[in-house]
Design a protein around this ligand. Structure first.
Ligand SMILES: O=C(O)CCC(=O)C(=O)O
Ligand SMILES: [Fe+2]
Length: 224
């Protein structure tokens, strides 16, 4: 079995945000349904089949407070992933909410080859949260091997979202979110997550220090 036939490497952390910040985040999310819009894919289009979810693309205070905790965990996460330390040029941050039937089909989060972007995502860190008691089931995050094995199937690893926990993996890794079931149909019972993408600005040599000072950067188009 070669490397591309194995499921991608991942890292997990629990108790990611201090209790008060975690609670405030749930309150904010439950009060801001109208700030969500249909999640986008590729160059910004909406595809209900590829990605059925709603995202928050605006600015909010929780982005600055939460990213500080994620940033502090980044060196250890890179070590766990066996990735060389790199100087992150910023994070792209998106809250994503999956209601009943929500899912994302297999994809990777960063551009490859000729479509390489000036600010590629290098590491994907997904933080999960929900209201208690948990009102959804499903929504497993599945990481898939790039190539099928001898049996013709792609090896995979299934990771259940954990309250106030994160899952990190290289942004090039293929992954999907399996369908979410929300029996009540209520927004409060959705599967909530925040994607933090650590970025590297390959063409940002000039003025790179100024860029690095601000952990939050707007993202570009990506394959997902
Ligand atoms: O919510 C998750 O567990 C993963 C989300 C994801 O893959 C994405 O939004 O690109
Ligand atoms: Fe993704």
């Amino acid at each position: 079995m070669n490397l591309l036939q194995r499921p991608p490497i991942h890292a997990r952390r629990d108790d990611v945000l201090p209790q008060a910040e975690h609670a405030a985040l749930i309150d904010w999310a439950l009060a801001n349904e109208t700030a969500l819009s249909d999640s986008r894919v590729g160059k910004g289009q909406v595809s209900d089949d590829r990605r059925r979810a709603r995202s928050f693309y605006g600015s909010a205070d929780w982005k600055r407070t939460s990213v500080a905790h994620i940033d502090a965990l980044l060196p250890g996460i890179l070590a766990d992933l066996g990735m060389a330390h790199f100087r992150r040029d910023g994070f792209e941050i998106e809250m994503v909410v999956y209601g009943d039937g929500g899912h994302i089909r297999p994809h990777h989060d960063t551009a490859t080859g000729l479509s390489r972007h000036p600010h590629d995502r290098v590491v994907t860190i997904v933080y999960h949260f929900h209201r208690e008691p948990q009102g959804y089931s499903g929504g497993t995050l599945r990481l898939l091997a790039k190539m099928p094995g001898a049996d013709g199937k792609r090896a995979c690893v299934d990771l259940e979202p954990r309250q106030n926990g994160l899952i990190a993996f290289p942004s090039l890794a293929i992954h999907e979110v399996l369908p979410v079931s929300v029996p009540s149909g209520r927004f409060e019972d959705s599967r909530f997550g925040i994607n933090f993408w650590a970025q590297r600005h390959y063409r940002a040599a000039a003025g790179a220090d100024a860029v690095a000072a601000d952990p939050i950067r707007a993202g570009g188009e990506q394959d997902q």
